[in-house]
Structures are given as structure tokens and as C-alpha cells.
Design a protein around this ligand. Structure first.
Ligand SMILES: [Fe+2]
Length: 313
């Protein structure tokens, strides 16, 4: 079985232990503490991806406090295979005691070579295989949930797409209503791809093409919705770009946080493996901090893209 081969391959990789010198210490006074990772892209083609995420998970095992949310921003796997998703689930499940809720959105790699509906059911099965996993229904990828009275909106493509997402009119209308219902309270919108010309595009997609790297044709329509509100946090992955000046952009009404990859290689000047962000939410501010989880170290606060304190409007 493929999963057995993947387990054996991972077992043969030596995974460096993250440092315990500066463990994550979660602030109990925060309303929400979130661990946010992009693109594990687990696959039978490389056990190193599994090893990097496993290293990052070991950092969570050293954490002081329990995170409210562990979130993965798509491209959980390379080909959407059952064994790849199982492997991802197994790695996360090993540290299930370190978080209360698990959220994941689908990325282009998760769905692009698969029939839409069966893959949606497979993907939901993956989410539910993790303790605390919150999945939507088997009609479409988009759904919302509330955690500690904050809303999390999970977006997802409404048809099979190779690189972008197709966000239907129905989903756009639903998105608008979901954000409106928050009444200005911070809301977290999760989608695999960012908006066109944000988070450093096209530089962060290595300069290729106009729309490439972004959600695609519905980018402007999504932006128009976000601009009607405030305290909208749009969290994405897909770019595989290490911590840099591009990862967090404040557009006033909405804030765009693009996560590095936790499993694959990161582009840009900061190419360390196993990067991600920790988000701490308070009544009056949101603190966003970059960490190299696989090494057990925060990125220096002064490094571009490493640390933000954003007031709640
Ligand atoms: Fe992607």
C-alpha cells in the first residue's frame, strides 16, 4: 500500500529536533491563539515534505499553552491522493493535544486532477480524521464556523481548476453575507490563493503572468466585497514565499496575510524550511508573528514581515 511506503520513507529521514530554547508561549489573555501554516504539499514523491511538517509539529509539542486553532491554507498534498492526505492527517494527529480546533482549505493541488465531488468528500474525510477538525458539507468547499465567538470563513473552488480557483456568484454572495453578519468584528477568511497584485504578486509568483499566483478571475469581485467592511483578515498560501515584506499587507478594510510553506521549499531571501505564523487575537489588536517552527525559533522581530501589531478598528 502506498501509505505504508510513505510511512517507511518518512521513518528513514532524520528530522532535526527544533530548539527548545525559545518555545512558543501562548498568551492566555488572548481571545484566540492561532497557528497558521501554508502548503504542506505532502506527497509520495518526497518524504522531506512530511519530515518538514513533522519537525514543525515537534515545535508545537514543546509549546506552552494550547492553541485554539491549527489552520492549513491549502495544498495539503500534491496529487489529492488518499494516502497523501492520510499521511498529512497522521502527522498532525500526533500533536492533537496542542490545539483545540483544526481548519483546512483546499488548494489547487488537492483538487486539480480529481473529480470534483468525490474529492470534496475525500478532503472532508481528511479534515475529520484530525481531532478537532471542522469540515463543511459535501456540496461545496465553502462553509463557515465560529470559534471563541470569532467567525472563520473557509472559501474554496466551485469547480476543478488547475492553478486558480473558481469562485461562483453563489459563493461570492454568501461571502458578502457572512462578513456582513460579523458587524465589524474581526473575521478570518481563509482561501488558498491571494488576490491579484497583492502579497507581492507577480514577484512572489516569480514574475510569471498577470493573474498567476492569485485566485484568478474573481479577484476583483472578492476585493470589492472586502472593501465594504473592516477588520477582514484574508489568510492565504500557495506562493511558497518565505517571510518577507510581502507576507502581510494592510489594505485598511482588509488585511492580506500570505503564509510561507511549511512543507516545500520557500522562495525569496528567507528560505528556511518549516515556516509559518502565530496569530494572537485581542479585543483591541491582533499580533501576527513569524516563526521557523521546524527550527523552534521566532524570526527576528525587526526582519521584514516578521512582526505586526494591528489595531482592531
Ligand atoms: Fe497552490
Amino acid at each position: 500500500m502506498l501509505i505504508d511506503k510513505m510511512r517507511a520513507a518518512l521513518g528513514a529521514v532524520s528530522i532535526p529536533e527544533p530548539s527548545k530554547d525559545d518555545p512558543i508561549v501562548l498568551d492566555k489573555n488572548a481571545k484566540l491563539n492561532i497557528i497558521a501554516w501554508g502548503d504542506p504539499q505532502i506527497s509520495f514523491i518526497s518524504p522531506l515534505r512530511s519530515a518538514r511538517m513533522k519537525g514543525a509539529c515537534r515545535d508545537l509539542a514543546n509549546m506552552q499553552g494550547k492553541a485554539d486553532v491549527l489552520m492549513l491554507l491549502g495544498d495539503i498534498c500534491e496529487f489529492g491522493k488518499r494516502a497523501e492526505l492520510m499521511m498529512a492527517g497522521e502527522i498532525i494527529e500526533e500533536v492533537k493535544d496542542t490545539f483545540s480546533h483544526f481548519l483546512a482549505v483546499s488548494g489547487n493541488h488537492d483538487i486539480r486532477v480529481r473529480a470534483y465531488r468525490p474529492q470534496l468528500e475525500r478532503f472532508n474525510g481528511f479534515i475529520k480524521s484530525v481531532d478537532g477538525g471542522i469540515a463543511g458539507g459535501n456540496e461545496h468547499y465553502y462553509f463557515s464556523t465560529e470559534i471563541n465567538s470569532y467567525k472563520f470563513i473557509m472559501m474554496g473552488s466551485d469547480s476543478t481548476a488547475f492553478e486558480s480557483s473558481h469562485i461562483s456568484d453563489e459563493q461570492l454572495k454568501w461571502l458578502d453575507g457572512e462578513i456582513a453578519a460579523c458587524g465589524g468584528k474581526p473575521v478570518f477568511v481563509l482561501n488558498h490563493q491571494t488576490l491579484d497584485r497583492t502579497n507581492g504578486l507577480p514577484v512572489t509568483w516569480l514574475g510569471r503572468g498577470d493573474w498567476r499566483g492569485s485566485v484568478g478571475k474573481q479577484s476583483d469581485a472578492i476585493k470589492e466585497i472586502f472593501e465594504k467592511y473592516k477588520n477582514v483578515y484574508f489568510i492565504t498560501g500557495h506562493l511558497h514565499y518565505g517571510v518577507s515584506k510581502y507576507n502581510f499587507e494592510d489594505y485598511g478594510a482588509y488585511k492580506a496575510l500570505s503564509l510561507p510553506t511549511v512543507g516545500v521549499l520557500n522562495h525569496g531571501d528567507f528560505g528556511k524550511n518549516g515556516q509559518g505564523y502565530i496569530i494572537s487575537v485581542y479585543d483591541d489588536k491582533i499580533i501576527i508573528r513569524a516563526r521557523v517552527f521546524a527550527d523552534g525559533e521566532y524570526v527576528d522581530k525587526d526582519y521584514p514581515g516578521a512582526y505586526f501589531e494591528v489595531p482592531v478598528d
